[in-house]
Design a protein around this ligand. Structure first.
Ligand SMILES: NC(=O)c1ccc[n+]([C@@H]2O[C@H](COP(=O)([O-])OP(=O)(O)OC[C@H]3O[C@@H](n4cnc5c(N)ncnc54)[C@H](O)[C@@H]3O)[C@@H](O)[C@H]2O)c1
Length: 437
């Protein structure tokens, strides 16, 4: 272990894997994908750090800020280059004077402090994280390490340099946990009730941010988004995974009964939401970013089969064992952000079509990805290493209700959600809507 104040950092943590630095030129033909809007630049913002900038959502934000605010803001993409990242995501910016890439590990205070000081950072968008729920069941220490300890390091470093005027912490609807069908959408003051290690680590990270806002007056904002999809997403998440499977004429794996629903937001809309929060949001607040497009995994599979012109779905879906716990749905209310002027502008239909088209043209973006196209992939030493078909993970063509435990699970989920809503009612009385302090 290298000397470090956290004790969590291994020497050489930031990947030196040469595959990340191979430039096959593919990005040259790629469109510059960003959000749509822009604002009058803020006078008090000059040098912006985006952590996880070579990953999916953060790269949309990086491209957006660099191109829409080329005269006003300098942007630094800070990334460890984990298995899911690609330098291709920002290579089209390399010739721009207001863009820089810093290869560093969030859990290493030396890296973070050096970056903050070198670029005189005044504004932070924190998105770097371990993000794949499936992996968090088998590899959960990594999630705590990056998402909680990494956030802690960033917060400590922000306080140490003393130059940070705005700290935007990007979180997820998963921190609220499961929401019962037909229950009211959760607002920013609903209580947090995460159900998987990923969601728990994100909730824990939020607690650290709130503590630093309170104790050290860190000017922080928390943003919680629904599921995001679109071009540049590593094909471990359901939409790009399904697209890549269909491109290879392989069936789609559905966890459990496939009735779990998610709300999906196009990545360009997410970039616009961050832009809105940066220019119109209020320090000390929490903002949900919601989508109106809710769809079950099974219906998503059907919709994609349709996009691929496969009329008869038979044989194209295979049900697998479910996750250890799989939230039936998430539902957040984003009206607070909409009052600032943001709105979802890309319909699911057109966003999906654009995404399918992009993967058709840029399927080689991450190099070899076959290992990730399995029902429950495994990551070891920052690499996707296998497509395990061991007990509990094997594709099962048709599961009975008894096998999936759907009936029992629904009962259990119902009980938990009822408890959740009661708790939310109590929390709501004690706090002003979405106020961190
Ligand atoms: N994808 C979604 O649907 C979604 C929804 C809501 C919120 N979020 C949040 O948005 C953020 C981005 O999500 P995403 O899906 O784009 O992520 P991603 O997995 O595509 O990218 C994460 C990035 O973080 C980097 N990273 C990981 N560990 C690091 C470390 N120790 N040091 C430096 N960099 C590191 C990775 O290399 C990668 O580039 C996350 O905080 C996630 O929790 C995502």
């Amino acid at each position: 272990m290298a000397a470090s104040s956290t004790g969590w950092h291994d020497a050489g943590q930031a990947s030196l894997d040469t595959r990340f630095f191979v430039d096959d030129g593919l990005w040259r033909d790629a469109p510059m994908l960003t959000g749509k809007g822009s604002f009058e630049p803020r006078a008090d913002v000059k040098n912006i750090l985006v952590t996880g900038g070579e990953g999916f959502i953060a790269s949309w934000l990086v491209r957006h800020l660099v191109t829409k605010y080329s005269e006003a803001y300098n942007v630094v993409s800070f990334d460890k280059l984990d298995y899911c990242s690609s330098l291709n995501n920002a290579r089209m910016l390399e010739s721009r004077p207001n863009f820089n890439f810093f290869h560093g590990d969030l859990t290493n205070p030396d890296d973070v402090l050096e970056c903050l000081r070198r670029y005189k950072i005044d504004t932070v968008f924190h998105l770097a994280a371990h993000t794949h729920v499936d992996l968090s069941f088998g590899n959960s220490y990594n999630f705590t390490k990056t998402n909680v300890v990494g956030t802690h390091v960033l917060l400590e470093s922000a306080i140490a340099v003393g130059t940070i005027k705005r700290f935007y912490h990007i979180s997820t609807d998963e921190v609220y946990g499961e929401v019962e069908k037909d229950a009211a959408d959760l607002t920013e003051h609903s209580s947090l009730w995460p159900t998987n290690p990923y969601a728990a680590s994100k909730a824990a990270a939020e607690m650290m941010v709130m503590a630093y806002a309170r104790s050290f007056k860190l000017p922080a904002v928390v943003v919680r988004l629904n599921n995001v999809y679109g071009p540049h997403q590593y094909p471990e998440k359901i939409i790009p995974k399904f697209i890549n499977l269909l491109q290879r004429k392989r069936p789609l794996w559905i966890h459990g009964d496939g009735q779990h629903t998610r709300r999906y937001l196009y990545a360009g809309d997410a970039a616009d939401a961050f832009d809105t929060v940066l220019h119109k949001g209020v320090i000390g607040q929490i903002y949900n970013v919601d989508s109106r497009d809710e769809i079950s995994n099974l219906d998503l599979a059907r919709q994609l089969l349709d996009v691929f012109g496969i009329a008869n779905a038979e044989g194209w879906t295979e049900h697998t064992k479910d996750r250890p716990f799989n939230d039936r749905r998430y539902a957040v209310d984003g009206s607070k952000l909409r009052k600032l002027g943001w709105k979802q502008s890309v319909s699911f239909e057109s966003g999906l079509a654009a995404t399918v088209d992009w993967y058709g043209r840029f399927g080689e973006w991450w190099g070899e990805i076959d290992a990730i196209l399995s029902p429950f992939p495994v990551v070891e030493r920052d690499q996707v290493v296998s497509t395990p078909l061991k007990a509990g993970c094997a594709p099962v063509p048709a599961l009975t209700e008894e096998e999936t435990g759907v009936g029992a699970k629904e009962e259990h989920a119902h009980a938990m959600v009822n408890g959740h809503n009661e708790r939310n009612g109590v929390a709501a009385k004690k706090r002003k809507a979405g106020d961190m302090a």
